[in-house]
Design a protein around this ligand. Structure first.
Ligand code: C2E
Ligand code: CA
Ligand code: CA
Ligand code: CA
Length: 275
Protein backbone atom coordinates (compact mmCIF):
# COMPACT_ATOMS: atom_id res chain seq x y z
CA UNK A 1 0.00 0.00 0.00
CA UNK A 2 2.88 2.30 0.84
CA UNK A 3 4.07 2.09 -2.76
CA UNK A 4 1.14 4.03 -4.08
CA UNK A 5 2.75 7.27 -2.96
CA UNK A 6 5.31 7.01 -5.73
CA UNK A 7 2.85 6.21 -8.50
CA UNK A 8 2.73 8.65 -11.34
CA UNK A 9 -0.73 10.01 -10.86
CA UNK A 10 -2.22 13.46 -11.02
CA UNK A 11 1.09 15.15 -10.52
CA UNK A 12 2.61 17.23 -13.21
CA UNK A 13 6.22 16.28 -13.62
CA UNK A 14 8.63 17.53 -16.30
CA UNK A 15 9.03 13.92 -17.35
CA UNK A 16 5.45 13.92 -18.62
CA UNK A 17 6.75 16.03 -21.43
CA UNK A 18 8.85 13.19 -22.70
CA UNK A 19 7.10 10.70 -24.92
CA UNK A 20 6.19 7.20 -23.89
CA UNK A 21 8.82 5.91 -26.23
CA UNK A 22 11.53 8.06 -24.70
CA UNK A 23 10.45 7.01 -21.24
CA UNK A 24 10.49 3.33 -22.24
CA UNK A 25 13.99 3.78 -23.68
CA UNK A 26 15.10 5.53 -20.49
CA UNK A 27 13.83 2.64 -18.38
CA UNK A 28 15.53 0.14 -20.65
CA UNK A 29 18.82 2.07 -20.52
CA UNK A 30 18.55 2.31 -16.74
CA UNK A 31 18.05 -1.44 -16.36
CA UNK A 32 21.05 -2.05 -18.63
CA UNK A 33 23.14 0.49 -16.76
CA UNK A 34 22.37 -1.24 -13.46
CA UNK A 35 23.13 -4.68 -14.92
CA UNK A 36 26.41 -3.43 -16.43
CA UNK A 37 27.52 -1.51 -13.34
CA UNK A 38 27.52 1.78 -15.22
CA UNK A 39 26.09 3.70 -12.27
CA UNK A 40 28.69 4.51 -9.70
CA UNK A 41 29.19 6.56 -6.61
CA UNK A 42 31.15 9.78 -6.62
CA UNK A 43 32.35 11.17 -3.31
CA UNK A 44 32.01 14.63 -1.81
CA UNK A 45 34.07 15.57 1.26
CA UNK A 46 32.54 16.35 4.64
CA UNK A 47 34.89 18.68 6.44
CA UNK A 48 35.38 19.01 10.18
CA UNK A 49 35.02 22.76 10.71
CA UNK A 50 37.14 22.72 13.85
CA UNK A 51 40.21 21.09 12.35
CA UNK A 52 39.69 21.64 8.62
CA UNK A 53 40.26 17.92 8.07
CA UNK A 54 38.12 15.69 5.87
CA UNK A 55 36.06 13.56 8.26
CA UNK A 56 34.17 11.61 5.65
CA UNK A 57 32.64 11.50 2.20
CA UNK A 58 29.06 11.34 1.00
CA UNK A 59 28.49 8.87 -1.83
CA UNK A 60 26.47 10.46 -4.64
CA UNK A 61 25.27 8.27 -7.50
CA UNK A 62 26.38 9.16 -11.03
CA UNK A 63 25.07 7.77 -14.31
CA UNK A 64 26.70 8.89 -17.52
CA UNK A 65 24.04 7.72 -19.97
CA UNK A 66 25.44 6.88 -23.37
CA UNK A 67 24.60 9.60 -25.87
CA UNK A 68 22.86 11.74 -23.23
CA UNK A 69 25.42 12.72 -20.60
CA UNK A 70 24.88 12.68 -16.86
CA UNK A 71 21.33 12.03 -15.71
CA UNK A 72 20.49 13.76 -12.39
CA UNK A 73 20.41 11.17 -9.58
CA UNK A 74 17.07 12.46 -8.31
CA UNK A 75 15.64 11.50 -11.71
CA UNK A 76 17.05 8.00 -12.14
CA UNK A 77 16.53 7.12 -8.50
CA UNK A 78 12.86 7.99 -8.79
CA UNK A 79 12.55 5.88 -11.94
CA UNK A 80 14.38 3.01 -10.22
CA UNK A 81 11.81 3.25 -7.42
CA UNK A 82 8.94 3.31 -9.87
CA UNK A 83 10.08 0.27 -11.83
CA UNK A 84 10.98 -1.66 -8.69
CA UNK A 85 14.77 -1.85 -8.95
CA UNK A 86 15.81 0.59 -6.24
CA UNK A 87 16.96 -2.21 -3.90
CA UNK A 88 19.17 -3.67 -6.59
CA UNK A 89 20.61 -0.27 -7.52
CA UNK A 90 21.16 0.78 -3.94
CA UNK A 91 22.83 -2.52 -2.98
CA UNK A 92 25.16 -2.17 -5.94
CA UNK A 93 26.06 1.42 -5.00
CA UNK A 94 26.62 0.55 -1.34
CA UNK A 95 28.83 -2.41 -2.24
CA UNK A 96 31.00 -0.32 -4.58
CA UNK A 97 31.13 2.56 -2.07
CA UNK A 98 32.30 0.23 0.73
CA UNK A 99 35.01 -1.24 -1.49
CA UNK A 100 36.16 2.27 -2.46
CA UNK A 101 36.03 3.51 1.14
CA UNK A 102 38.22 0.62 2.27
CA UNK A 103 41.08 2.37 0.46
CA UNK A 104 40.64 5.49 2.62
CA UNK A 105 42.18 5.99 6.07
CA UNK A 106 39.93 4.14 8.48
CA UNK A 107 39.06 7.29 10.39
CA UNK A 108 37.28 8.61 7.29
CA UNK A 109 33.59 7.74 7.27
CA UNK A 110 31.23 6.88 4.42
CA UNK A 111 27.82 8.55 4.20
CA UNK A 112 25.24 6.81 2.07
CA UNK A 113 21.76 7.97 1.04
CA UNK A 114 18.76 5.74 1.67
CA UNK A 115 15.78 6.47 -0.55
CA UNK A 116 12.36 6.99 1.03
CA UNK A 117 10.93 3.86 -0.57
CA UNK A 118 13.69 1.69 0.90
CA UNK A 119 12.59 2.72 4.36
CA UNK A 120 9.35 0.81 3.93
CA UNK A 121 11.36 -2.40 3.54
CA UNK A 122 11.39 -4.17 6.92
CA UNK A 123 14.38 -6.25 5.75
CA UNK A 124 16.54 -3.23 4.98
CA UNK A 125 18.59 -3.61 8.16
CA UNK A 126 19.35 -7.25 7.57
CA UNK A 127 20.30 -6.68 3.95
CA UNK A 128 22.70 -3.90 4.83
CA UNK A 129 24.28 -6.06 7.52
CA UNK A 130 24.71 -8.94 5.07
CA UNK A 131 26.28 -6.66 2.50
CA UNK A 132 28.70 -5.16 5.04
CA UNK A 133 29.73 -8.65 6.06
CA UNK A 134 30.28 -9.69 2.46
CA UNK A 135 32.60 -6.79 1.73
CA UNK A 136 34.04 -6.81 5.27
CA UNK A 137 33.25 -3.16 5.96
CA UNK A 138 33.12 -2.00 9.59
CA UNK A 139 29.59 -0.74 10.42
CA UNK A 140 30.93 2.09 12.60
CA UNK A 141 32.43 3.74 9.50
CA UNK A 142 29.05 3.84 7.79
CA UNK A 143 26.51 6.58 8.18
CA UNK A 144 23.10 6.39 6.56
CA UNK A 145 21.43 9.59 5.41
CA UNK A 146 17.67 9.56 5.63
CA UNK A 147 15.61 12.60 4.74
CA UNK A 148 13.36 14.19 7.28
CA UNK A 149 10.34 13.67 5.02
CA UNK A 150 11.07 9.97 4.51
CA UNK A 151 11.43 9.46 8.25
CA UNK A 152 8.13 11.06 9.07
CA UNK A 153 6.26 9.25 6.29
CA UNK A 154 7.58 5.91 7.42
CA UNK A 155 7.75 6.64 11.12
CA UNK A 156 7.09 3.08 12.34
CA UNK A 157 9.42 1.23 9.99
CA UNK A 158 11.99 3.99 10.28
CA UNK A 159 11.99 3.73 14.06
CA UNK A 160 12.58 -0.02 13.81
CA UNK A 161 15.30 0.33 11.17
CA UNK A 162 17.10 3.05 13.11
CA UNK A 163 17.02 0.81 16.17
CA UNK A 164 18.51 -2.08 14.19
CA UNK A 165 21.17 0.19 12.69
CA UNK A 166 22.24 1.43 16.10
CA UNK A 167 22.55 -2.13 17.36
CA UNK A 168 25.03 -2.65 14.54
CA UNK A 169 26.92 0.59 15.27
CA UNK A 170 25.77 2.32 12.08
CA UNK A 171 25.04 6.03 12.50
CA UNK A 172 21.99 7.80 11.16
CA UNK A 173 21.96 11.30 9.79
CA UNK A 174 18.79 13.35 9.36
CA UNK A 175 19.17 14.66 5.82
CA UNK A 176 17.73 17.88 4.37
CA UNK A 177 16.72 19.03 7.83
CA UNK A 178 14.37 21.99 7.79
CA UNK A 179 12.65 21.12 4.52
CA UNK A 180 10.13 18.63 5.91
CA UNK A 181 7.17 19.14 8.15
CA UNK A 182 8.25 17.13 11.13
CA UNK A 183 7.75 18.55 14.56
CA UNK A 184 10.13 18.26 17.44
CA UNK A 185 7.95 15.77 19.27
CA UNK A 186 8.00 13.39 16.29
CA UNK A 187 11.73 13.82 15.98
CA UNK A 188 12.27 13.20 19.67
CA UNK A 189 11.09 9.61 19.17
CA UNK A 190 13.78 8.99 16.60
CA UNK A 191 17.27 8.19 17.66
CA UNK A 192 19.49 9.71 15.00
CA UNK A 193 23.04 10.93 15.50
CA UNK A 194 23.45 13.82 13.13
CA UNK A 195 21.58 16.66 11.53
CA UNK A 196 22.26 17.92 8.02
CA UNK A 197 20.97 21.41 7.46
CA UNK A 198 19.53 21.71 3.98
CA UNK A 199 21.32 23.76 1.36
CA UNK A 200 18.35 26.10 0.96
CA UNK A 201 19.08 27.58 4.41
CA UNK A 202 22.80 27.95 3.79
CA UNK A 203 22.03 29.73 0.50
CA UNK A 204 20.47 32.71 2.19
CA UNK A 205 21.07 32.69 5.93
CA UNK A 206 23.53 35.57 5.78
CA UNK A 207 21.12 37.92 4.04
CA UNK A 208 17.84 36.68 5.47
CA UNK A 209 17.40 37.34 9.17
CA UNK A 210 14.65 34.76 9.62
CA UNK A 211 16.77 32.08 8.00
CA UNK A 212 19.67 33.07 10.23
CA UNK A 213 17.45 32.58 13.26
CA UNK A 214 16.35 29.18 11.99
CA UNK A 215 19.93 28.07 11.28
CA UNK A 216 20.97 29.19 14.76
CA UNK A 217 18.12 27.28 16.36
CA UNK A 218 18.90 24.14 14.36
CA UNK A 219 22.52 24.37 15.51
CA UNK A 220 21.38 24.93 19.10
CA UNK A 221 19.02 21.96 18.85
CA UNK A 222 21.85 19.79 17.56
CA UNK A 223 24.24 20.78 20.27
CA UNK A 224 21.69 20.44 23.08
CA UNK A 225 20.82 16.94 21.84
CA UNK A 226 24.51 16.09 21.55
CA UNK A 227 24.33 15.70 17.78
CA UNK A 228 26.79 16.72 15.18
CA UNK A 229 25.51 19.30 12.72
CA UNK A 230 26.52 19.42 9.06
CA UNK A 231 25.80 22.37 6.79
CA UNK A 232 25.10 21.43 3.17
CA UNK A 233 25.85 23.59 0.15
CA UNK A 234 28.73 25.69 1.50
CA UNK A 235 29.72 27.64 -1.61
CA UNK A 236 31.66 30.65 -0.32
CA UNK A 237 34.39 31.49 2.19
CA UNK A 238 31.92 33.90 3.75
CA UNK A 239 29.39 31.17 4.46
CA UNK A 240 32.17 28.98 5.82
CA UNK A 241 33.39 31.69 8.19
CA UNK A 242 29.85 32.35 9.45
CA UNK A 243 29.20 28.65 10.06
CA UNK A 244 32.45 28.25 11.99
CA UNK A 245 31.50 31.31 14.04
CA UNK A 246 28.09 29.74 14.80
CA UNK A 247 29.71 26.52 15.97
CA UNK A 248 28.49 24.21 13.19
CA UNK A 249 30.52 20.97 13.38
CA UNK A 250 30.80 20.05 9.72
CA UNK A 251 30.54 21.54 6.28
CA UNK A 252 29.90 20.18 2.81
CA UNK A 253 29.70 22.08 -0.44
CA UNK A 254 31.46 23.18 -3.60
CA UNK A 255 33.70 25.56 -1.66
CA UNK A 256 35.02 22.64 0.40
CA UNK A 257 35.08 20.05 -2.36
CA UNK A 258 32.96 18.86 -5.26
CA UNK A 259 31.81 15.26 -5.81
CA UNK A 260 34.64 13.31 -7.47
CA UNK A 261 35.38 9.82 -8.74
CA UNK A 262 36.95 7.18 -6.54
CA UNK A 263 40.35 7.73 -8.21
CA UNK A 264 40.24 11.50 -7.71
CA UNK A 265 39.10 11.01 -4.13
CA UNK A 266 42.11 8.81 -3.40
CA UNK A 267 44.42 11.45 -4.85
CA UNK A 268 42.74 14.11 -2.72
CA UNK A 269 43.31 12.02 0.40
CA UNK A 270 46.96 11.48 -0.51
CA UNK A 271 47.68 15.18 -0.98
CA UNK A 272 48.65 16.67 2.37
CA UNK A 273 46.44 19.60 3.41
CA UNK A 274 44.82 19.42 0.07
CA UNK A 275 42.29 22.17 0.44
P1 C2E B 1 21.39 15.25 -1.20
O1 C2E B 1 21.48 14.00 -0.40
O2 C2E B 1 20.84 16.46 -0.50
O3 C2E B 1 22.83 15.51 -1.77
C1 C2E B 1 23.42 16.77 -1.89
C2 C2E B 1 23.29 17.30 -3.29
O4 C2E B 1 23.80 18.64 -3.32
C3 C2E B 1 24.13 16.56 -4.32
O5 C2E B 1 23.43 16.63 -5.56
C4 C2E B 1 25.40 17.37 -4.40
O6 C2E B 1 26.13 17.21 -5.61
C5 C2E B 1 24.82 18.76 -4.29
N1 C2E B 1 25.76 19.74 -3.77
C6 C2E B 1 26.81 19.55 -2.95
N2 C2E B 1 27.43 20.70 -2.65
C7 C2E B 1 26.76 21.68 -3.29
C8 C2E B 1 26.92 23.11 -3.37
O7 C2E B 1 27.81 23.72 -2.77
N3 C2E B 1 26.01 23.78 -4.13
C9 C2E B 1 25.02 23.16 -4.81
N4 C2E B 1 24.20 23.90 -5.54
N5 C2E B 1 24.83 21.81 -4.75
C10 C2E B 1 25.69 21.08 -3.99
P2 C2E B 1 23.26 15.36 -6.49
O8 C2E B 1 24.52 14.54 -6.49
O9 C2E B 1 22.72 15.83 -7.79
O10 C2E B 1 22.17 14.49 -5.73
C11 C2E B 1 20.86 14.97 -5.59
C12 C2E B 1 20.07 14.09 -4.66
O11 C2E B 1 19.93 12.77 -5.21
C13 C2E B 1 20.75 13.89 -3.32
O12 C2E B 1 20.47 15.00 -2.50
C14 C2E B 1 20.09 12.62 -2.85
O13 C2E B 1 18.83 12.87 -2.28
C15 C2E B 1 19.88 11.86 -4.16
N6 C2E B 1 20.94 10.85 -4.32
C16 C2E B 1 22.19 10.99 -4.83
N7 C2E B 1 22.85 9.81 -4.81
C17 C2E B 1 22.02 8.92 -4.24
C18 C2E B 1 22.11 7.51 -3.93
O14 C2E B 1 23.14 6.83 -4.13
N8 C2E B 1 21.01 6.92 -3.35
C19 C2E B 1 19.88 7.64 -3.08
N9 C2E B 1 18.85 6.99 -2.51
N10 C2E B 1 19.76 8.94 -3.35
C20 C2E B 1 20.81 9.58 -3.93
CA1 CA C 1 22.38 13.24 1.43
CA1 CA D 1 21.21 16.35 1.85
CA1 CA E 1 19.72 18.78 0.31
Amino acid sequence: AKRSRTKRVARFEPEMLITNMERAQLEKDLLNAIANNEIKPFYQPLVDLETGEISGFEALARWNRKGHGFVPPTEFIRIAEEIGVITELSDHLLRVACLDAQKWPDTVSLSFNISPLQLSDPHLGLRILKLLNEVDFPPHRLELEITETALINELDTATEIIYQMHQLGIRISLDDFGTGYSNLSQLSHLDFNKIKIDRSFIDSFQTDEKRMTIVKSMLALGSSLGMETTAEGVETSNQLAALIELGCSRGQGYYLGTPASSEETLKLLETPHSR
